[in-house]
Design a binder for this molecule. Structure first.
Ligand code: WT7
Length: 651
């Protein structure tokens, strides 16, 4: 769906089913009435200083802030003059309470090995690794890349970085060596923490080998710390590479948390934009911590007795905010699973829920569609009655998948929180409150306290109920990104120049007559593949880097499991393309970017549809990729015959 040709976006979705929260759920919920929600929301909107100041009292401060909010978007600062520490808030402050010996992390590896770390255990390991970082010369402000499997050492490394104020940059283990090098260079990372490998569907992901290849192109990295996970042979370069266990063996478990400024950089996380290289979204200390802590409590209704499981990979923001920082700041028990949902069988998730008696389960629509496909017999084999709350994130959920989740997984008794947010927002922005909000399948419902969205036209006018437009935020919020690392100008241009005075991050949406938000997807040339943003431009550059490719255009098309599939229209030099060439190009993109970006469809064509000014008309390609016969307005098309040729090009 594009917004280029129309002021507003036409919505075709009609959904009238409603699901009020069960009375028992409401009775025990942290936020338990519409009036309470309304009061919080109005107060936060009218008096952000008072509201957020009150909320921030829930954090530990070494020094209290002088001012809650200073300045306005794009350069709003929060809790100015305050000093705090994320690792201290997630660990130390629980140690003087009964939670000292409570499970902080319950971990299950893909092969079935398990580990439980209490808050005391986690604190000890984090302090030790913080000392390891110091010993390797890492100082407050230095950037550390974490390229790791989903093992407890990843959580330990994150918290150790935050303890000494060294911003981490986590790179999803599915990314290739080139992608790692690009991110290392952009962040000027000094250290990489990795593992020999990780397990995924019984196969090993060779992380250390990728790091070795990436380091040929990323000269700022001085050392590599390697966790032994799979035990397969790797090369350790003397003087550069160290084993995690060797360094930890010698490290002291005594390490005070650094007293960091509220606005001290906490982490960088790379995310796709429509043009250029990946954007290094930068989050800072106090605001991010407060946002993830409060939303974990409000949206997941986290209680001390809960076993909470978010299935995301920590390489994405969901894992940062809702496996680690939000839950641990609340003193919760968070479950972490290394592997795939369908290994060694399609019921692995349900088996884990039964085994640990999981109460809260947070996953993505793309996973839910896969579960539907694998069949009800899998969840039906396991006891899922411990579940009390379900959540989704990453893309709009189709109402039928929502209904399946509600009935088959939730047994009809669990509220579903459909949470809208982004890497940039740091924390959940629009979501049901499970004890309050009557849900409608497919809607992320209403803004949380402190979030003041609007739906506007391209010229910034507020739209009436049910008109689709651009989703914007009209007020700053504590957990918002502060900049794009090393490129503040791009930050201002990307998020704040589209609509004056507002934050805009690329989604179309409408608001219904009840004030419920319905996200309609991204409006720019960014795909949402399996709940993750991929830039069409990056895939195009990867294709064009192949010697046989003259030109490429990449678009999304509806895909049953992934939400959006990747379709590449390619013009070759020399002879015609064949199946072998298609495979070669798929492998090429996979190698350049990573498995996540592997094209689903390659179509060869001698020419691409262009405007007279030479712009590729992706809108038309999207229609063709989706198999739509009739395409939209073609009056600006330079050469009409191209369309017929493209339609004839088959997959
Ligand atoms: C984009 C952000 C936030 C973590 C996962 C992805 C889409 C996210 C929803 C939802 C409809 C959603 C949006 C957003 N999105 N959650 N509940 N309903 N769409 O993080 O990679 O930063 O992507 O994901 O398009 O802009 P991300």
């Amino acid at each position: 769906m594009g917004i280029s040709s129309a002021e507003s976006i036409t919505s075709v979705l009609q959904e009238t089913r409603t699901f009020p929260p069960p009375a028992e759920f409401t009775a025990a919920a942290h936020i338990n009435s519409e009036a309470q929600y309304q009061d919080l929301w109005e107060r936060a909107k009218d008096d952000p200083n008072g509201f957020w100041g009150e909320m921030a009292a829930g954090l530990h401060w070494f020094k209290k802030w002088d001012k809650v909010l200073d300045g306005k978007m794009p350069d709003a600062k929060w809790f100015v003059g305050g000093r705090t520490n994320v690792s201290y808030n997630c660990l130390d402050r629980h140690l003087t309470t009964w939670r000292k010996n409570k499970a902080a992390i319950i971990w299950e590896g893909e092969p079935g090995d398990t580990r439980v770390l209490t808050y005391q255990d986690l604190h000890r390991e984090v302090c030790k690794f913080a000392n390891v970082l110091k010993k390797l010369g890492i100082k407050t402000g230095d950037r550390v890349t974490l390229y790791m499997p989903m093992i407890p050492e990843l959580a330990i490394a994150m918290l150790a970085c935050t303890r000494i104020g060294a911003p981490h940059s986590i790179i999803f283990g599915g990314f290739s060596a080139d992608a790692v090098a690009e991110r290392n260079n952009d962040a000027q990372a000094k250290l990489v923490v990795t593992a020999d490998g990780g397990w995924r569907r019984g196969k090993e992901i060779e992380l250390k080998n990728s790091v070795d290849a990436s380091l040929e192109k990323s000269p700022t990295v001085e050392n590599v710390v390697v966790v032994r996970r799979t035990g397969s042979p790797i090369v350790m370069e003397p003087g550069r590479d160290y084993w995690w266990h060797d360094l930890m063996h010698e490290a002291s478990a005594d390490c005070d948390a650094a007293e960091l400024d509220s606005e001290h950089p906490l982490f960088i996380l790379y995310t796709s934009g429509s043009t250029g290289k990946p954007k290094g979204v930068l989050h800072t200390t106090a605001g991010y911590l407060l946002g993830t802590m409060l939303t974990s409590k409000w949206v997941f209704d986290l209680k001390d007795e809960d076993t909470y499981w978010c299935t995301a990979d920590i390489g994405w923001v969901t894992g940062h905010s809702y496996i680690i920082y939000g839950p641990l700041a609340n003193g919760a028990t968070t479950l972490m699973y290394e592997g795939a949902p369908n290994w060694p069988h399609d019921g692995r998730f349900w088996e884990i829920i039964e085994k640990y008696k999981v109460n809260i389960f947070y996953t993505a629509p793309t996973a839910i569609r896969a579960f539907v496909k694998w069949g009800d017999e899998w969840p039906n084999k396991f006891d899922l009655t411990s579940l009390r709350l379900l959540g989704t994130v990453g893309e709009p959920i189709n109402p039928e998948a929502w209904m399946w989740y509600h009935h088959v997984i939730g047994g009809g008794r669990c509220p579903i929180v459909d949470t809208w947010w982004q890497t940039e927002t740091g924390a959940i922005m629009i979501s049901p409150l499970p004890g309050v909000t009557t849900t409608k399948p497919g809607s992320c419902t209403k803004p949380l306290p402190g979030v003041v969205p609007d739906i506007v036209t391209k010229s910034g006018e507020s739209l009436p109920a049910n008109a689709g437009g651009l989703l914007v935020m009209t007020q700053p919020w504590p957990s918002m990104l502060r900049t794009l690392y090393g490129d503040h100008e791009r930050y201002v241009r990307t998020y704040f120049s589209e609509i004056a005075g507002c934050y805009f991050a690329g989604d179309g949406a409408r608001r219904d007559a009840d004030g419920y938000y319905w996200i309609m997807g991204r409006v720019d040339d960014v795909l949402n593949v399996a709940g993750h943003r991929l830039s069409t431009m990056e895939i195009e550059s990867a294709l064009v880097s192949h010697p046989r490719v003259a030109e490429a255009a990449v678009v999304g098309f509806p895909h049953d499991l992934k939400g959006e599939g990747i379709c590449c229209f390619v013009t070759l030099t020399g002879s015609d393309g064949d199946d072998q060439m298609k495979q070669e190009l798929k492998d090429h993109v996979r190698k350049q970017i990573g498995a996540l970006a592997t094209p689903d469809m390659i179509r060869f064509s001698n020419a691409l549809p262009k405007t007279r000014s030479g712009k590729i008309m992706r809108r038309l390609l999207r229609d063709i990729a989706a198999g739509r016969e009739k395409t939209g307005d073609t009056t600006t098309l330079e050469d009409y015959t191209v369309l017929a040729t493209l339609r004839a090009s088959e997959e």
